[in-house]
Design a protein around this ligand. Structure first.
Ligand code: DGL
Length: 261
């Protein structure tokens, strides 16, 4: 099984990308809805959660782990690699690689949670790949709660997205990284507000490409993964809103299993 976790609903954008690009692979998902959001927590707390979530997914039979969460990816990648000996994938590097390919000499914008932006990880990785790159990063802390609440097309949400994107609009970027897996759910609004000439990089899609390439080169790992098209969805708190938004994202009814982490 491919084990995927996030603080809540956002990682389902990664599940959706797996279903589209690697259909048939069994998935076990964990959404840490009892402890969401991660974006305003300290790095120590997020690392602790990431390790616990991974222990849980491994106990359910996951053979590879995808941190479908930029916040966890930005602070926990090293500790995860130290602790576990299964392949671990984070969402930041794949998004940076795609952004570098498309941005040319123009600026790259990054939006994410407070923890992700404060970690400076995107800026660091982009500058490593291209020292001349102009990078502008901004936190958008209200977007995760809006998505978790299912406020996907409310005028208030559109207004907040517009306000958050204003500093990027005036900096003439041509590439915008959605540095939070919740944000692809608002992609349409984000595209409208940033302008159609800006290329949006969705970390949820980027990471699947990485996993696919890895499995093509590691058949010994690929052969351990079941391919019966089964998906199990675990959450640390069951809410009606999660069920509703999950259905909107995956276009199917999702059966939630409650687990105490
Ligand atoms: N979806 C997550 C991310 O990509 C977590 C957001 C949060 O819990 O604050 O950062």
């Amino acid at each position: 099984m491919i084990g995927i976790f996030d603080s809540g609903i956002g990682g389902l954008t990664v599940v959706r990308a797996f279903m589209e690009q690697m259909p048939g692979y069994d998935i076990v998902y964990f959404g840490d809805t009892a402890r969401t959001p991660y974006g305003n927590k300290s790095p120590e707390t997020v690392v602790k959660y990431a390790l616990e979530n991974t222990d849980f997914l491994l106990s359910k039979g996951a053979k590879i782990i995808v941190m479908a969460c930029n916040t966890a990816s930005s602070v926990a990648t090293e500790k995860m690699a130290e602790r576990f000996d299964v392949p671990i994938f984070e969402v930041i590097t794949p998004a940076v690689e795609l952004a570098i390919k498309t941005s040319g000499k123009s600026g790259i914008g990054v939006i994410g949670t407070m923890a992700t932006i404060n970690s400076g990880i995107y800026e660091k990785k982009i500058k490593q790949a291209n020292p001349d790159a102009r990078v502008y990063s901004f936190p958008c802390p209200l977007l995760v709660p809006l998505v978790e609440e299912g406020w996907l097309n409310k005028p208030e949400t559109r207004m907040i997205v517009k306000k958050y994107l204003h500093p990027l609009k005036v900096r003439q970027i041509n590439t915008l990284i959605l540095g939070c897996t919740h944000y692809p759910i608002l992609k349409k609004i984000i595209q409208q507000k940033i302008g159609k000439r800006v290329n949006i990089i969705d970390s949820s899609i980027a990471v699947v490409g990485k996993v696919k390439a890895f499995l093509e080169n590691h058949v010994e790992v690929d052969s351990m993964l079941y391919k019966k098209g089964e998906c199990r969805f675990f959450v640390s708190d069951v809410t009606e809103q999660f069920k509703k938004t999950a259905k909107d994202i995956l276009k199917r009814t999702v059966i939630l299993e409650h687990v105490r982490i």
